[in-house]
Design a binder for this molecule. Sequence first.
Ligand code: FAD
Length: 520
Amino acid sequence: MMLAYMDRAAAAAEPEDAGEPAPVSGAGCAAASDFGGLVSAVPAAVVRPASADDVARAIRAAAQTAHLTVAARGNGHSVAGQAMAEGGLVLDMRALALSPRRAQPQMQLVHHGGACFADVPGGALWEEVLHWGVSNHGLAPASWTDYLRLTVGGTLSNGGVSGQSFRYGPQVSNVAELEVVTGDGECRVCSPSSHPDLFFAVLGGLGQFGVITRARIPLRKAPQSVRWTRVVYASFADYTADAEWLVTRPPDGGAAFDYVEGFAFVNSDDPVNGWPSVHIPGGARFDPSLLPAGAGPVLYCLEVALHQYAHRPDDDDDDDDDDGDQAAAGARVSRMMAPLKYVRGLEFSADVGYVDFLSRVNRVEEEARRNGSWDAPHPWLNLFVSARDIAAFDEAVIKGMLADGIDGPMLVYPMLKSKWDPNTSVALPDGEVFYLVALLRFCRGGGPAVDELVAQNGAILRACRANGYDFKAYFPSYRGEEDWARHFGAARWRRFVERKARYDPLAILAPGQRIFPRAS
Ligand code: FAD
């Protein structure tokens, strides 16, 4: 294990094989900040574990002190300090994935019960899992996030959603087994049949119950490409009716897409917030003259994708007829889209390689790095809003407070509660159909001050409460027991507290979530 720096009490408890301590450079150290750029917390030390045993040793060392906490840091893509530990230990989970001196995480293909799985380190990026699976085995997980430079442990501690969630479930529904180091420094392997309470506690558990050092992810045959389509709506009612119809299609019988997402955008030529945001590489240009007279200030883009396989499983000939496959997929998509009420003519399609499709947000990252907004603060707000209240939310918030856009995507798309296991720690709205609303603000400069945007997020949350919407924060950032208890609801909060007492009785883990104070 490499220690960047450890305070004296913990260093005394540290085993002899620890590496040489080196100072952490205060607020400048990566572990003191995150993608959000809104908060900073300087740790006492950054620990670079090479194994689950190293993770266990660090946690046990912290337990022997009166005050030290431990935060696993995946890729630091939280936005409110969730992976930080002020004056505590930060476990750099990327080191666990890449050590010793590996350029790529070590992953293993596992065959069990006629199915294939990937055993991956908790600090592996989903992008690394994708490339390893597709290049080496022609296999891939079914459920993704939009952006793949997130760690497996980081997204499994939250949920992990994207356009596949309605059909294949979120990432927390796509795990067969976990290796977890709990707050008492014990390393346990858990699954739905072995230590199920720990397994489900950790999934969506905000890092509170243990550090995920390994995950077993089910794999399936990787598609060759996807038919990627976007269509535009002027009416929110039509948009949601179609989106909900699509996500409730029976998956068998070829009637369902593999991916359904969508976003709100501004009815203007603004390059970031407006019509140009609908463009997809290889697709047509947006022609605003096709919009109906009387279209409002906000429009909606529904995005779907259909997997294509080079050789369909029922093919018994070896003809590599990609053009024919693509034409057939195009015709099938057209048939599936025919009943939808989008603005005719405002449809954009392209056939894209599967890996390219899943890597599509990398282009956004490149552009944001070029214009400086990747490193600027990100006052993001993510909510799950019940279908019951999404029209009211659209009126009050999207058309009301955000009609000029947010300098970034405003994702609004449905998923199904029945695809989430109620035993996990994730808090969801009550209704079966609920929407992810993701306000992904990029601060390019020249816009409102960051404080104003943070205040606006607060105002949105207050409006949701005042209007009695059935909603939950996704990546919640609350302070104090009252807020957390309300977030989970009485019964689930009780279970959360009991699980904390069982697996992390000293409240050592993930202090950046600000749920439980460290016990001495
Ligand atoms: P971190 O931010 O490092 O950690 C998050 C939390 O998990 C912390 O509390 C940390 O202590 C804990 N943690 C980290 N690793 C472990 C581990 N191994 N064991 C236990 N606890 C751990 N989310 C989606 O669902 N869908 C998306 O499409 C999506 N897109 C995104 C795009 C961008 C550009 C960004 C910045 C974020 C996006 N997210 C998305 C949010 C993302 O899933 C979360 O922020 C996630 O926590 C980030 O993973 P990370 O590896 O950076 O975790």
